[in-house]
Design a protein around this ligand. Sequence first.
Ligand code: ADP
Ligand code: ASP
Ligand code: MG
Length: 469
Amino acid sequence: MSLVVMKFGGTSVEDPAAIGRTAAIVAGRVSMGKQPVVVVSAMAKVTDQLLRAAAAAAQGDRTGALAISSRLRSRHLDTACHLVKAPADIAALTRNIDEKFNALDEVLRGLAAILELTPRISDLIVSYGERISSRIVAAAFREQGIDAAHVDAREVIVTDSQFQKAIPQDAIIERRAHEKLLPLTAQGKVPVMGGFIASNEAGLTTTLGRGGSDFTGALVGGAVSAEAIEIWTDVDGIMTADPRICPDALRVKVISFEEAAELAYFGAKVLHPATILPAVKKNIPVLVLNSRNASCEGTRIISLAPHCNSPFKSISVKKKLSIIDVVASRMLMTHGYLRQIFEIFDKYQCPVDMVSTSEVSVSLTVDSNEKLPAIVSDLKNLADVKLEGKKALVCLVGEDIRGQQGIAAQVFNAVRHVNVRMISQGASEINMSFMIEEDDADEALRSLHAAFFKSPDPAIFDVEARKQL
Ligand code: ADP
Ligand code: ASP
Ligand code: MG
């Protein structure tokens, strides 16, 4: 069986034209003899708007929350009516969309009364984005002659109960995928399910964290041992830098699992950081492709990428970070001291991105998050603490960085006009990163890109595209 999981992001299902392109791409795979399993995100920006509606309701702004919901209802109904013409199908679809929005409005009214937004309610509210988009896409596919069957993702993707960043239960997902998806593909049907959303074992709705539809795609791919996991988005693949910041970024043709995971973790939004894990477990290639430019071959992420003559494959930037400086002149480097510091981060389940130590201080970088005041207050029991926000981490990824003589000098020469706060090199062979002010980040990225992608290796990068500019 040539099963392929095809995940389409928000921009690939943002309006009738985008859904039409997506249908054509899936029909193309079917005509090649492939058996697709389709995973879709909410329509572009819908998750943000649902979160805004939830926040408004939680502040008692019932009218504002319901107004957002009403606009979303119209957008989804308009899209459905554009795409689905068969009278019985559009009647069933609009009924379904109305029922979902009625239920969402009930939740928002309740929230405006109790004024407390818990992670569990937040997940329930945002889940409507994918629950509705997947219904519309399945119906649109059927209209285009694809034998699509809608599957509720919450029946397949089972997680623990950490709402908003739930951890998937791989063994249950594998069993459910075999029960719910494979009988459909065996009949030649194309299952269509929402990404990002899941449920815990008690059946309550959970989510995999922002951008989590990529992760759903990979989890499904792993569970059914797909021959490939395709991530369809709005750029030609993984690029040498975020093309929104660096317009002359080049497409990376091929990259290793390890390198892609590092880029995703350190801010390349094109992939959710956990996407690579299920693929690595079963050695399934991941392809990043452009639904607006389907003939482009995209980026192939595989276990062993061919040798690259350029020092780096790509540069990512992760913003909204904070540095915590813990200064204790007497205690530092005494036995057990670092353990005490890390126990505090552990207590608040707060991941640390980078650590550097001096004789009297430890500096740690973390995502700016709402737990920071409590973390700082606990740390103050151990030492003097200073918290600085608005930082960014620049991360250069490439093969064997450690083995390249003089590379650090070249990097810091390229950003010599920028104040560098913390540096990490050597912990990983494939990553070199440093912290700067968030306001300097875009400029630093462009300078590094100009310095390191002047004559890129044509075996790895799409240099033809640059020539055509
Ligand atoms: P989707 O909705 O399809 O999941 P996302 O918006 O989550 O799409 O991810 C795609 C975006 O990721 C691109 O539009 C681009 O701006 C951004 N991005 C950041 N870093 C990179 C990179 N190195 N290569 C490609 N895209 C990147
Ligand atoms: N819709 C979700 C989000 O915006 C998941 C995703 O798009 O991957 O975060
Ligand atoms: Mg995404």
